[in-house]
Design a protein around this ligand. Structure first.
Ligand code: UD1
Length: 315
């Protein structure tokens, strides 16, 4: 089968590409390298095609999609605070770009589009864990854009018969998550600070919680979403079913690195949700998905990877 991975040079995308190549599938990547890096594809570079281009460019998306059986659509602006600062840019990439991907997939008659949705679509729910049947009430521009992508995917299923599955990823972490921007995922920021011997920064009191999900779990679930029969038009949570506060993460990290860690507390970020935890029973039932790597093991592996990747100057 031929897979197109938008955002395939990024953190989650390149991990999916590796697994597809390992399984002997044909892989094409469309990535504008704004967040992704060619280096993430180093190990498989000779076995895949990489088209450098943006999902905001319909002609580029059409070219990339032409031969695809499956499209895994990950390319996006991924940061909540960045969307608060520049909602137009986040909308342009996440909404307009997703619409381009769906139009191209429809015209190329691909078998299915699997869309990287986000748990941020829920916003603050009164009850945890978050279940797909709960109403979507996003509280950041980012959350709105990710939810709009789901709606578009479902409407393309109804109106044009395009098979689609949306996976609401919870906080994904692991090897290759880029830690170098202030908008990078919190665990990658923590890893970089630890390596540099700097205090960790926590926005708020550290009692906010997340269902941190090791990337290998998300790779497995995403490929199941391509292959499973019957899930078209559905939305699934992609998490582990557990949650942990940032303060608890720091305690665990102290155990892993074997020393006391200092933390600087800063005011909370606007657009942040407080708590997040996935109910994964629907994904278990329909996709046969269960997380393989739980949080502490994932954190250990991630720390080992960052230590190895750091060459003394950069990450
Ligand atoms: C993350 C993802 C988003 C995804 C969503 C799904 C990133 C950048 N964001 O959003 O793409 O759709 O999960 O659940 O990967 N924080 C600190 N210190 C830091 C950085 C962040 O305390 O140095 C805090 C934030 O204020 C927030 C929490 O950590 O309370 C998580 O932040 P972040 O990693 O940016 O993820 P989300 O906003 O949850």
């Amino acid at each position: 089968m031929r897979y197109l991975i938008t955002g395939g040079a990024g953190f989650i995308g390149s991990n999916i590409v590796d697994e597809l190549v390992r399984r002997g599938q044909q892989v094409a990547v469309l990535d504008d390298l704004s967040a992704g890096k060619e280096a993430n594809l180093e190990r498989v570079r000779s076995k895949i095609t990489l088209q450098v281009g943006s999902i905001t460019d319909l002609a580029a998306v059409e070219e990339a999609t032409r031969a695809a059986d499956y499209v895994i659509h990950l390319a996006a602006r991924t940061s909540v605070p960045k969307s608060v600062i520049d909602p137009l840019e986040t909308n342009r990439v996440n909404v307009d770009g997703t619409l381009n991907v769906l139009v191209a997939a429809r015209d190329a008659r691909v078998r299915r589009v699997v869309y990287a949705a986000s748990s941020s679509a829920y916003g603050e729910t009164a009850v945890l864990p978050k279940i797909e049947a709960m109403p979507a009430e996003p509280i950041s521009p980012y959350g709105v854009t990710k939810y709009v992508g789901e709606l578009y995917a479902q409407v393309f299923g109804r109106v044009y018969g395009l098979e689609n599955v949306s996976l609401r990823y919870f906080n994904v972490f692991g090897p290759r998550q880029d830690p170098t921007s202030q908008y990078s995922g919190v665990l990658s920021r923590f890893m970089l600070a630890l390596i540099q011997g700097m205090p960790l920064t926590i926005y708020g009191d550290g009692q906010q919680s997340r269902d941190f999900t090791y990337v290998e779990n998300v790779v497995d679930q995403t490929l199941r979403a391509c292959e499973a029969s019957g899930p078209s038009g559905k939305v699934f949570n992609g998490g582990t079913g557990a949650r942990i506060t940032l303060n608890q993460v720091v305690r665990l990290l102290e155990g892993i690195v074997g020393k006391k860690i200092s933390v600087t507390y800063e005011p909370p970020r606007s657009g942040d949700i407080r708590d997040s935890q996935a109910d994964i029973s629907l994904a278990q039932k329909v996709l046969g998905y269960s997380p393989r790597v739980m949080f502490e093991e994932g954190l250990r592996r991630t720390w080992e990877w960052y230590k190895g990747a750091y060459d003394g100057k950069s990450l």
